[in-house]
Design a protein around this ligand. Structure first.
Ligand SMILES: [Zn+2]
Length: 359
């Protein structure tokens, strides 16, 4: 890399561990097997795929940093379009890639020679369960196995178990795990979110997921949301069931669009409360600035049970992802959190089983 200015398309522009970078390097150099990038939402799959594609398409790639950033291919990529890069995504506003589109864009172009580079790259999104259904996956099987030497594939998914075993067995899997705090800070700096309190909050809440850090840093209302969510949380132990089902539920109903973030906030409050209860106050609290309020709960309710309250929050998140009734699940969650936080005696299984409609 010496003497070379780092290009934004370079593999070195990916803020990650050296181990992961080495895996990424190896996945594009020499080996023509399809690369399967696996990572949760916000893990940076598209960002990484672009840099792998750039390295494959570049006229004079560097074995360490990948794309040179200067050749005709790199310039085309930087301008946002490259004749030899085909990005297969669901059309705008749709969740699924139609099988006809797979056939047209992949099978239909497979044998056409690249126009600018020596290779052609297909980035195929199978991120969610329904992005590329079984029929769509079947349609890419043959191209994955039989294609001209100049073809390379990069597949993206959040969950490799959703893909056909025949796709997995043909691919080289690279897991994009959670990043270290220093990497998340680097990403925030590069996106000009600076170092201030917003960046600190984003780092603490993102839990190693770059996309989440960026979303939080870019959301001017996050701090306000956190304040409101904490206000509700802090009064739960001394509240009543009626409060939960009226004011509590009504607030969360108004914030329905951001419910996933609120549940995540609740989880962090409960995690910190659990650490404080275990006498681990010196360790990394996510909400260090709220410690005196959390301590006050412990003083008032020494037997408070944040662990079981956290379980019900997690289960509620999973239930909402399955489109269960919002009011029912959220009302139940608040009553459950209130019961566990106030150390009420709760028979086993009353709240911690959302399939059970009997409460
Ligand atoms: Zn280049």
């Amino acid at each position: 890399m010496a003497g070379r200015v780092q290009s934004p398309l370079s593999l070195c522009s990916i803020a990650c561990s050296e181990t992961l970078r080495e895996l990424l390097r190896r996945s594009v150099i020499g080996d023509p097997a399809p690369v399967l990038l696996v990572g949760e939402e916000g893990a940076g799959k598209h960002f990484v795929a672009q840099r792998l594609a750039a390295a494959i398409l570049c006229d004079q790639p560097d074995p360490i940093s990948g794309a040179c950033g200067e050749c005709a291919s790199c310039r085309l990529l930087r301008s946002g379009s490259h004749y030899d890069l085909i990005d297969l995504e669901p059309p705008k506003g749709k969740k699924m890639i139609a099988v006809a589109s797979v056939r047209e864009q992949i099978s239909g172009t497979l044998h056409t020679y690249p126009q600018v580079s020596r290779k052609r790259v297909y980035i195929i999104s199978a991120v969610k369960a329904d992005t590329l259904n079984e029929q769509g996956q079947n349609a890419i099987l043959k191209p994955l196995e039989e294609h001209p030497d100049f073809i390379r594939f990069i597949l993206l998914t959040e969950d490799a178990n959703r893909l056909l075993p025949t796709i997995l067995s043909r691919s080289r899997m690279v897991q994009l795990g959670r990043r270290e705090e220093q990497d998340i800070r680097l990403i925030l700096r590069e996106m000009e979110f600076g170092e201030g309190e917003t960046a600190d909050l984003a780092v603490r809440y993102a839990d190693g997921i770059p996309g989440q850090a960026l979303a939080i840093a870019g959301d001017a209302t996050f701090r306000d949301l956190r304040r409101q969510a904490f206000k509700l949380f802090i009064c739960l132990p001394e509240s009543t069931r009626t409060f939960c089902l009226t004011q509590g539920l009504s607030y969360l109903r108004d914030e329905k669009n951001r419910i996933a973030t609120i549940l995540r906030l609740f989880e962090t409050f409960l995690r910190d409360l659990l650490l404080l209860k275990s006498g681990l106050s010196g360790t990394n609290l996510i909400n260090g600035d709220l410690v005196s309020d959390l301590d006050a709960i412990l003083k008032r309710v020494p037997n408070t049970d944040p662990a079981r309250a956290a379980e019900i929050v997690q289960q509620t998140g999973q239930a909402l992802a399955r489109n269960v009734n919002f009011d029912h699940s959220i009302g139940r969650m608040l009553i459950g959190m209130r019961a566990f936080l106030s150390a009420e005696t709760v028979p086993q299984g009353v709240f911690l089983c959302l399939e059970d409609q009997a409460f």
